[in-house]
Design a protein around this ligand. Structure first.
Ligand code: ADP
Length: 479
């Protein structure tokens, strides 16, 4: 079971079922014992009463036994009629062992069942004796009492009174039936009530999960969880998470500040170094051997400056200190501005370039320099990852009610496994190649492009087939 709510409900239902089962067993046992005691007392009093009647008649000299037509001894009519009223089983035997009287219930038994009782009473005990006997393998267990009847006259053997426990009022069987009927209903009620209680108790936990999920994207660390009203376990959990977020926010912002400060501090020395190198390169008396070294140093310095710029931009974005200066502008102007750089890059890379813009103005509230940066990043990548002889195209237009700016190339493409990560910071799909310096880069360009597109309310998508080419499409909402 995947949820705490489900588990709690299952435990709750199991606990209720076990409690009810134990309660029912105890009730059944107690009820059984009590009903057997009642039955035994009833059987005893019936025996005493019958013996008392017989003794009384015998004492006053009344006739108790006569002979029937076949000459067998039986009780006289009047006494038999009196004893007919005794409930349950009553059997009275003659001293010879013959049955003198059997009550209606006893007569209703089958021959075998009756024989079982007759055999018990056939051996008159010296003193009253009680017991239980199952008179039929599937039938009831009869609780009985036998007592000698010699004190009522020498012609008597013994008497047996007995009763079937099923005859007892609210017998144990009824208790069992009731419990078996009530148990499923009680378990169902336990499941429903348990699920409701667990749901209510865990509701704040669901809220905490939703809030933490919203905060955990890294840019909302300043937010805090709403403190639950009660200082229970969930309240303490919320507080602990809030404390953790305070610490996380502190270390995140320390990291951002460090990146921003370090990039900022690096900018000036880099500018000074570049100026120095450029001056050295312009020196007429420069020894020819030194020229390639200085040029290589200048190239590396330019790359480092780009990296530091990118780091500073992203650090400012994270700190929320990278505002856009938006103004209504024809986007065709930005594409046209990039045309010259694009053609220059294409020439260096040995690829052809095609730039398409629509005939009508495409107005949009845009930060001019950021949008130019986005387009140049995509163009530089397209040139960098397209082998000589390839083709790069830039197309500004609109589709499905949105403005689209697509940069397509016929280059090396991106492996499907890399596609979900290329907009992540420092992610580079072709690390091996870069080490050789063939396609240098730091993996920050697309992260910046993504930020610029999103900061303008748009998005950036990529479609790529390895070996065939790549299309990056920036889509912006129409004003
Ligand atoms: P980099 O400085 O490495 O170019 P980016 O963030 O601009 O960093 O790009 C991230 C990765 O995406 C690159 O390393 C490259 O693997 C892949 N990529 C970007 N543009 C293209 C493209 N036009 N064709 C093929 N792969 C590309």
């Amino acid at each position: 079971m995947q949820t705490i709510r489900g588990r709690l409900t299952a435990w709750y239902a199991t606990a209720i079922t076990l409690t009810l089962a134990v309660f029912a067993t105890l009730l059944y046992t107690a009820r059984r014992r009590a009903s057997y005691d009642e039955l035994d007392a009833r059987v005893r009093s019936e025996a005493d009463l019958t013996a008392g009647i017989l003794m009384e008649i015998s004492r006053t000299g009344g006739v108790l036994v006569r002979q029937d037509a076949q000459g067998r001894p039986i009780l006289t009519q009047e006494i038999a009629a009196t004893l007919e009223a005794v409930p349950g089983f009553l059997i009275i035997t003659h001293s010879s062992g013959r049955v003198l009287f059997a009550s209606p219930d006893a007569r209703a038994l089958t021959f075998d069942e009756f024989e079982q009782l007759r055999r018990i009473v056939g051996v008159p005990p010296a003193r009253p004796q009680s017991g239980a006997v199952r008179i039929d393998p599937d039938g009831p267990t009869v609780r009985y009492l036998i007592r000698p009847l010699t004190d009522a006259g020498p012609q008597f053997g013994a008497l047996l009174t007995g009763a079937d426990p099923a005859a007892a009022e609210l017998g144990p069987r009824q208790v069992l039936t009731t419990v078996l009927l009530v148990l499923p209903l009680a378990v169902l009620a336990a499941v429903l009530v348990g699920s409701w209680i667990a749901g209510r108790a865990l509701e704040p936990l669901g809220q905490i999960i939703t809030e933490v999920r919203e905060i955990a994207d890294g840019t909302s660390l300043h937010r805090r969880l709403a403190k639950p009203m009660v200082e229970d376990e969930l309240g303490r959990l919320a507080q602990t998470l809030n404390e953790m977020m305070v610490r996380l926010e502190r270390s995140f912002s320390a990291l951002r500040r460090f990146t921003a400060d370090a990039s900022h501090e690096l900018k000036t020395p880099l500018t000074v170094m570049r100026a120095g190198l450029e001056r050295a390169l312009a020196t007429p008396a420069l020894p020819p051997d030194a020229l390639p070294w200085l040029e290589e140093a200048l190239q590396e310095l330019n790359r480092m400056t780009e990296l530091v710029d990118a780091l500073l931009t992203l650090a400012r974005v994270d700190e929320g200190r990278a505002p856009l200066h938006r103004e209504p502008l024809d986007l065709r102007a930005i594409v046209d501005e990039a045309r010259e750089t694009g053609e220059l890059l294409a020439e260096q890379a040995g690829v052809t370039i095609a730039i398409e813009t629509p005939p009508d103005p495409l107005m949009f509230d845009v930060d001019r320099s950021r949008m130019r940066q986005l387009l140049l990043n995509l163009l530089t990548n397209a040139m960098k990852y397209t082998p000589r002889g390839g083709r790069v195209s830039v197309r500004l237009g609109h589709e499905n009610g949105r403005i689209t700016l697509a940069v397509a190339d016929t280059g090396i493409g991106i492996a499907p496994g890399d596609v979900p990560h290329i907009f992540d910071r420092f992610y580079r799909a072709d690390t091996a190649r870069t080490r050789t310096g063939e396609r240098p880069g730091a993996g920050l360009g697309l992260a910046i492009c993504k930020w610029i597109a999103e900061a303008h309310g748009g998005s950036i998508e990529v479609q790529s087939r390895p070996g065939r080419g790549t299309v990056f499409t920036v889509s912006l909402p129409k004003a």
